[in-house]
Design a protein around this ligand. Structure first.
Ligand SMILES: [Fe+2]
Length: 129
């Protein structure tokens, strides 16, 4: 799978949250589907993601972003979808060549940062300028 890079288009104009996103992208890129400790690595990504969502929601609350509730739903939805995939994985582990988990993480995160997170970034820019 291609290595994905953080780009300026992903910036939410908040240094701490941009750093979180960069770290998440690095962690997903480093996820090796064939590694014997893949599930451990995968869980580390999920832990970091959960912490990031909390930091982001705290930030959105602090700046008074009106779309916070809807944004929170997106985060919760991610957690539900991952839990679902992990259940499937536990029932019958995917083959080493089956990149479903990693593909899901990447597709979701990329869409989320580029579309959903840009909504609060645009709102904050408009409010600030
Ligand atoms: Fe978000």
């Amino acid at each position: 799978m291609a290595v994905i890079a953080w780009t300026e288009a992903m910036s939410v104009d908040d240094a701490a949250l941009d750093k979180d996103h960069q770290k998440l992208i690095r962690m997903i890129n480093d996820l090796d589907q064939a590694a014997p400790d893949f599930m451990e690595l995968f869980n580390a990504v999920l832990d970091y993601t959960t912490g990031h969502f909390e930091r982001e929601e705290t930030h959105l609350d602090a700046i008074g972003f009106p779309g916070l509730d809807a944004h929170r739903v997106q985060h919760d939805d991610f957690a539900d979808q991952v839990a679902d995939m992990l259940r499937q994985y536990r029932d019958s582990p995917f083959d080493a060549g089956d990149t479903r988990l990693k593909d899901f993480l990447w597709t979701w995160l990329k869409g989320h940062i580029l579309i959903e997170d840009q909504r609060y970034a645009a709102w904050a820019r408009a409010k600030g300028g």
